[in-house]
Ligand binder design. Structure first.
Ligand code: C5P
Length: 296
């Protein structure tokens, strides 16, 4: 029997994105909002398995796979096709791939699930195809997939400005222990942007130079998520969720992105795990997860 050549494959984690602060500072002529956001990423996330195959395929599994829309609308396939097209234009021919997405994160929940899946697909496909794009081509592809996709491609603490594509790494942001909570009510990002009362809020301002958690908590306490009031009007459970995180001893709680996921920052991962277990007992019908965030 002839030996089969080794199949090239890649496993990627599509990490949950957390907006520790999100200020809406203006609006562009095309309607997109200008943001100033402090962003970190969690160890927890969706998982992607990508392998060379005889033909293209896309399959999904996991606790939130049923909440996904039609596979043809999935950003993972848009990422695959967009990358393939740009590589073809550069004279690089790519073979068929089997992609499997394990959907562990709630959908339409303000933690960048779809964007992180697209970014992880690009990381995996570049490895499987042993290819790379010119930096400008890469940036254009990432942004064409969504305003949050460039930051998800970075995956470590950062400040995001512009509509999210102007990225500055924040190596001094410490890893944090979080509890994520979601009432499992999907939120439409454009609907929240439309409902904003103000679009001219002040920017984030000066950041701590050191990685001590206390200094970061003090800094974050003075900041906001400008989308939270509008999201809470539509989904009042967001206020309940924050009160529950606070009651379990969170040093700070806030909504991420356009919601409805809220996070609580805890002193240690053990305290975060205890809090998540208690919160799950209080609301077994909601999503709770204790996780650490990535350091630079
Ligand atoms: O870029 P993405 O497709 O993820 O954005 C979804 C929608 O959110 C956009 O169509 C726009 O209405 C809104 N949006 C915005 N300003 C941003 C990002 C998104 O108004 N910076």
């Amino acid at each position: 029997m002839t030996e089969m050549p080794p199949v090239t494959q890649a496993s990627e984690v599509a990490r949950a994105k957390i907006n520790l602060a999100l200020h809406v500072t203006g609006r562009r002529a095309d309607g997109y909002h200008l943001l100033d956001s402090l962003v970190t990423f969690c160890e927890t996330g969706d998982r992607l398995e990508i392998a060379e195959a005889q033909e293209n395929s896309f399959s999904v599994s996991g606790p939130f796979s049923a909440a996904l829309g039609a596979p043809t609308d999935n950003l993972v396939l848009k990422a695959r096709d967009g990358l393939r097209q740009r590589l073809a234009a550069a004279g690089i021919i790519t073979g068929p791939v089997a992609i499997h997405l394990e959907k562990n994160l709630p959908v339409a929940s303000g933690i960048g699930g779809g964007s992180a899946d697209a970014a992880a697909a690009l990381h995996g496909l570049l490895r499987v195809w042993k290819a790379d794009l010119e930096p400008q081509e890469g940036k254009a592809l990432l942004l064409s997939l969504g305003a949050d996709v460039p930051m998800c491609f970075v995956g470590t603490p950062l400040a995001a400005r512009g509509i999210g594509e102007d990225i500055t790494p924040l190596p001094q942001m410490p890893a944090m222990a979080l509890v994520l909570g979601n009432p499992l009510i999907g939120v439409s990002t454009p609907a929240i942007f439309k409902a904003l009362e103000r679009r001219d809020n002040p920017p984030v301002g000066a950041l701590p130079a050191l990685s001590d958690l206390g200094g970061w908590i003090d800094c974050l306490s003075a900041l906001r998520n400008d989308m939270e009031p509008a999201a809470t009007m539509l989904v009042p459970e967001i206020a309940t969720l924050r009160a529950m995180l606070d009651a379990e001893g969170a040093l700070l709680s806030r909504m991420s992105g356009s919601g409805a996921t809220c996070f609580g920052i805890f002193e240690t991962i053990e305290k975060a795990k205890d809090a998540a277990a208690k919160l799950r007992r209080q609301r077994p019908d909601w999503y709770f997860c204790a996780t650490s965030t990535m350091s630079a």
